[in-house]
Design a protein around this ligand. Sequence first.
Ligand code: SAM
Length: 205
Amino acid sequence: MQFLFALRSRGVTDERVLHAMEGVDRARFLRGLFASRAYDDVPLPISCGQTISQPSIVGLMTQALEVEPRHKVLEVGTGSGYQAAILSKLARRVYTVDRFRTLVSQAQTVFDALGIANITAMTGDGSHGLPEQAPFDRILLTAAAEDPPGPLLAQLRVGGIMVLPVGQSDTIQNLIRVRRTETGLDYDELSTVRFVPLIEGLGED
Ligand code: SAM
């Protein structure tokens, strides 16, 4: 209850998103002592030197994505799998990609334990997207690109929405939303954020 209140007070007001977040225990995606801090509104360390995002940012990004039950969604940056699990409550199918094999395997273990069957988690460089599964109704990046990656824009369906942080890795970045229309792309800036960078190629772990 306190968790939902904290989310609301930070601007997460979409009832479907709040309901989805209420249904996913963030502690399941954390290890050791960090699990006891699962309901603090802070990013926390996960394996491979990466982080699970702050719940309010997860909520705001999910809300901005305007996911509908028939949608096919691509997430770039599986990390712990927490964001993908929330998306799985809102969408028909979620594809999630991370450059670290270890993270994908750990996330898959949690999805299996929670009985989540509509997520396909894969190791790969998500900046190329998943051409074989395109087009996507929604695309979410949870790592910051300097600009929206061209291959991902190309894999967004007409009427589709992509939400991503853009900017240099060690500065404040902008969370932006891109809508593909019949005639081109519309951009709007949502807030400032701070994410790890989108890195090309596979990780070593
Ligand atoms: N969404 C995650 C969660 O719910 O825990 C948090 C993601 S973390 C902030 C960013 C992730 O992006 C890291 O796990 C990192 O390995 C991944 N990443 C960075 N560059 C990538 C790329 N080119 N392709 C796929 N994943 C990438």
